[in-house]
Design a protein around this ligand. Sequence first.
Ligand SMILES: [Zn+2]
Length: 356
Amino acid sequence: MIVLDAHCDAPSQMVRLRDFGVDNAFAQVDFPKMRRGQVDASFFAAYVPARLQGQAATDYANRLLDECFRQVSQNADAVAFARCSGGVRRNRKAGLNSVILAIENASAIQEDFGLLKTFYRRGVRYITLTHSADNQVGDSCTGVGTWGGLSPFGKTLVPEMNRCRMLIDVAHAADTTICDVLALSSRPVAYTHGGCRALASHRRNLPDELIRGIAEAGGVVCISIYPPFLSDDFVRTLAESGLEEKMSVEDAFIADPADPAKRAAWEAVQLELQALPRPGVDRVADHIEHAVSVAGIDHVGIGTDYDGIEVTVAGLEDISRFPALWDELRRRGFSARDLTRLAGANLLRLLTAIRK
Ligand SMILES: [Zn+2]
């Protein structure tokens, strides 16, 4: 089976001076861990914070992509880029893991279809339309409802992304935005990282009707391993822990990743988060099972959000732990064929579908 992680924020960690060629003591993703976890391919998303606008957003996305190019070429004996499902298969035959580029937050394209094409030529294969705030494309699920769904520009962007074969990612988008995308897109879409709102009330999660809508349009819904998406109990635990206030040390670390004290302060908070009672691998499996019950086995995948999250479920602390998830799903009666689809075949099919 080919294993594909639909979303991680590895590029953000690369610019925080992590060397992906070595097995880092404190990391959710690096190339040795990817190999150990038998994860054949991972979408490395260049995450553009909502506060960056205009050329600053584009420049930041390019800076992250540049760093990906540098680190992948430095580790050419272990990893290579893939730009399509065939590329993932070819790399695997050659004994290489694959990195597929993505951009999280369409602010990077600045209402410019030329930039959309430029990013595609660089190897970017999906763009997440929004992040934590409404942007020029449409409303975020954690925004203020600026547009009531897609913006007028967003309504022109969807068919343009279809035309230039860029996969549309609706993670982070408001329900209204996702409805608009489903009405306008002539190609299937992805929801690359999140959970099921029927099991946990987080706004980032999908209600059943949208899980069904994405599946009926041929798309794939990918389940994350981020505890707040999976369990309302964990949201309460986190709020009561007082650790949320301490998380600002991450901003200090991001601003100055070369300072060992700032790095250590952020690592210490992450260890405190890890010591909280956390949901386990079984909770990820609950969300996968629910999504499968709504969408069908051909429309669900995994999108961890590693390297973009400060805490993980217990048992999936980094990408090398992936096999624990397959073990749990096997125990629940998923067949080898089912696992093959969830692990990667569904997403590979989607990558092929958008090129036709
Ligand atoms: Zn995200």
